[in-house]
Write a protein that binds this ligand. Structure first.
Ligand code: AOS
Ligand code: ZN
Ligand code: ZN
Ligand code: ZN
Length: 424
């Protein structure tokens, strides 16, 4: 491991005085600061294996040196992130980008790095070299039952990898859609998708969840067969209690009210997982909280409200994951920033005076309602998030420590300039 506990402690000692001052200051205004810190310590965000390398665009890819060249090295990267922030203790694999050949060995490596397995992801949006049928015209929704069967079998194979590793969920995202009016019969495409998912659902272990991800457009631009939360929810309801909707923040039409979607899905008990990222236009997959931090906070407001009402544990009730990747920053630093932004939004939302908000809503006090939300949002909660890290043995400032210790240079020294191909 290129980072040992002593380096973290040295870093923390240097920053502790200033941190303690800030933490004491904010603590005075919080009723139960211990409870809040404990919640922050528990909250874990899964890291997608495909975000560990530099992402590309359809115009090119500028890969960085020292990126993971094997599945083992992807695990090590997540282990490193987790050592730095103690909030990213799980990895999400994408098959066949990741093939855990020796699952027992992989499990042992994950255990030694203190990480667990998040949802496994299937991939029926690309053709693989030895594949018999092409996904050019879709997969689970395809007009040809042979193509559907191939895609179903792939999902079952992914479940089997996940079972061997100890995952508890399968995420299905389909690139199935159409780019020209008339190309598809919408009803048949939906029904084919449903019956394919029903077949996959049969192979889902009892204690697993199936996450159905929707996306408004891209790679197809006229229709997507699972294009919005309504279509995803419809499928989840028809499939049964193990099926849930997954919300990826970048998968909506511009200005969609995502917090309202989240609130209603929770009301229906059908929100299952999250892909965090940020965007200005569409599925930009930018660092969480980098463009619309207020939206992220409003989403967490609804999450906490709905989860508390349903009696759900914040840390484990939903599948929390990042799905961001781009081509400018060091991917590891970028992931540290995303995790930090998510925890900041969570901490801010924990500060909302919910009793007062309820009273203001009942009294139609529009001004007060806004004041209550913005009072929480405008609180600098960074010392709370830092304190939660300190108590978990992580770094007070992970991004700073990454740079101070030149961790990327150390990875380059170990791995050389090899790089991997990443996802979308
Ligand atoms: C694609 O746009 C989705 O966000 C999926 O979650 C996808 O599987 C993932 O981004 C990997 O490319
Ligand atoms: Zn996603
Ligand atoms: Zn996406
Ligand atoms: Zn995305």
């Amino acid at each position: 491991m290129i980072l040992d506990q002593q380096l973290i402690e040295k870093h923390n000692n240097k920053l502790e005085k200033k941190h303690n001052r800030a933490f004491e200051f904010i603590s005075q205004d919080i009723d139960d600061v211990e409870e809040l810190i404990a919640k922050l310590q528990k909250f874990q965000i899964g890291i997608p294996s495909w975000a560990l390398g530099t992402g590309g665009t359809r115009f090119g890819r500028f890969s960085g040196p020292g990126e993971p060249g094997s599945l083992e090295q992807k695990f090590e990267d997540v282990g490193l992130l987790h050592a730095l922030n103690k909030s990213s203790g799980a990895i999400s694999l994408h098959i066949p980008w990741d093939i855990p050949e020796d699952t027992a060995k992989m499990k042992e490596l994950a255990r030694s790095l203190n990480i667990t397995f998040d949802a496994v992801n299937s991939n029926t949006f690309q053709d693989q070299p030895q594949q018999e049928h092409s996904y050019k015209y879709g997969s689970l929704h395809h007009v040809d039952p042979k193509v559907r069967k191939q895609a179903i079998d792939h999902n079952i194979e992914v479940i089997n990898y996940g079972k061997a590793l100890g995952s508890k969920a399968l995420t299905v995202w389909l690139a199935d859609g159409s780019s020209f009016p008339g190309q598809l019969n919408f009803r048949e495409a939906f029904q084919n998708t449903l019956s394919s998912l029903q077949e996959i659902y049969k192979h889902l272990p009892e204690d697993w969840k199936l996450f159905i991800e929707y996306k408004a457009f891209e790679p197809y631009f006229y229709s997507m067969t699972i294009g919005d939360w309504g279509q995803s929810l419809l499928l989840a309801n028809k499939l049964g209690p193990k099926a849930y909707t997954l919300v990826d923040l970048g998968h909506h039409l511009p200005n969609a009210n995502i917090e309202q979607i989240v609130s209603l899905l929770l009301m229906e008990g059908k929100l299952g997982g999250f892909h965090f990222n940020d965007s200005k236009y569409a599925d930009d997959d930018l660092t969480a909280g980098s463009i619309k931090p207020y939206q992220l906070f409003l989403i967490f407001n609804e999450l906490i409200d709905g989860m508390d009402l349903n009696g759900m544990e914040h840390a484990t009730g939903l599948g929390w994951m990042i799905d961001a990747s781009h081509n400018l920053k060091d991917p590891l630093v970028d992931l540290l920033q995303s995790v930090e932004a998510i925890k900041i939004a969570y901490a801010q939302a924990l500060l909302i005076d919910r009793v007062a908000l309820k009273a203001a809503q009942q009294a139609n006090d529009v001004v007060k309602s806004q004041e209550i939300l913005q009072d929480a949002f405008r609180t600098d909660v960074r010392p709370l998030v830092a304190e939660s890290r300190l108590r978990s043995g992580a770094a007070l400032n992970p991004v700073l420590l990454f740079e101070e210790e030149k961790l990327r240079d150390k990875l380059i020294a170990e791995r050389g300039l090899r790089t991997i191909a990443t996802g979308l």
